[in-house]
Design a protein around this ligand. Sequence first.
Ligand code: NAI
Ligand code: MG
Length: 356
Amino acid sequence: MADYKIVLLKGDGIGPEIVNQAVKVLDKASEKFNFTVEYDEALLGGCAIDATGVPLPDETVAKCKAADSVLLGAVGGPKWDNQPGNNRPEAGLLGIRGALGLFANLRPAVIFEPLKKASPIKDEIIGGSLDIMIVRELTGGIYFGKRGRTEVDGQPAAWDTEQYSVPEVERIARVAFDLAMKRNKKLTSVDKANVLESSRLWRETVTRISKEYPEVELNYMYVDNCAMQLVRNPGQFDVIVTSNIFGDILSDEASMISGSIGMLASASLSESKSGLYEPIHGSAPDIAGLGIANPLATILSVAMMLRYSLDQPKAADAIEAAVTKVLENNRTPDIYEEGTNKVTCEQMGDLVCEAL
Ligand code: NAI
Ligand code: MG
C-alpha cells in the first residue's frame, strides 16, 4: 500500500495541463524523499456536468473523503456559463469545500526573488523579500449568515448577517497560531472591532487563545488599515488571520503584490489532517489547450500539501527551492522577461523535476 492516497480533481480549461505537471513533480519528490503516492481521479466542475449532469457527483465526495489529500486544478468556462446557478461548475467548488469541512483557507503572498520586478510595489517598499500567509475563515461569517429582502419606508431593502460563534473563532485562531509557531512567531488578527459586535467577540476569543501561545507576538489591526498597510509596508506582516469576507478581499489584494496569478498556491484545511490544495487562479479558458499555462501555482500547491497534510516538510522546502532556481532563467509567457528562456507548461514541469 502506498504511503499517501491523493485524489486529483483536474477540472476544466488549463486544469488537466497544470495538474499533470504537478503530479510529475510530486512523483519526483517521492523518489527523492522515499515515500510512495497513489493517485485516483474524480470529476468536479464542467467536466462532471458533461459526464454526469451535476458539478459534484457523490462519487467525487466519497473519494475525496477517503483520501490523504486532494489536488484541484480549476473549474469553469464559457461552455457552462448558461447553466442555472446551483448547477454551475463553481457550485461544485463550494460543495466540495462544504462536504470536506474546509474551514481554514491559507493563501501565501510570496515574492520569488527572480520575479521581484513583476510586483507593482516598488523594491524599496518590499525591502529584502516578502512572505505573508493569510489565514481566512472559510465556512462562517456573512457569506453563510441569514439574509433576505424586506421593505423600509415603503422601499425595497435587503440584509445580510455576520455571525461568528466562539468555537468557530477558536479553531481558526488555533490554525493561525500553529502556523505562526512554524514561521516567524508573529500574528496579526484583522477585524473591525471599532464597529462590529462580531469583531469584538472575534478579538476577545483570539486574545484568549493567545495565552496558549505565549511565544507568538500577537497584534490587532482594523481591516481598513490592513488594506492600506499591505501596500504601504507589506514587510511588517507574517501571518494574518481574519474572517471570511475580510479574508476574501485582503487575500486578493495581497496576491497582486506578488505580481502574477500563475504563481500563487492555496490550501484549505479541515479538522482532519487531510486538505484540499489548489492554485488561486481559474481555468483560464483563453489559453486552455495551448500548452502555455504556468504550472507553478499548482506545483507550489503540492509543496503546501507536503508541508501541511503529509508531514514531508523537507520535500516541500525542496520543491520551493527548485521553483526559485528554475525561475532564474526560465519563464512561461505570463511571467516572461527579456533575457530568459520562454518555456511551455510541460517544459516548466520538467525543469522543476530536474532542479529537484
Ligand atoms: P482566470 O484566473 O481563469 O484567468 C484570469 C487571467 O489570468 C486570464 O487571462 C488567464 O489566461 C490568466 N491565467 C490564469 N491562470 C494562469 C496560469 N496558470 N498561467 C498563465 N495565465 C493564467 O480567471 P477568469 O478568467 O476570471 O475565470 C475563468 C473561469 O475560471 C471562469 O469560469 C471562472 O468562474 C473560473 N474560476 C475558477 C476558479 C477555481 O476553480 N478555483 C477560481 C477563479 C475562477
Ligand atoms: Mg475572491
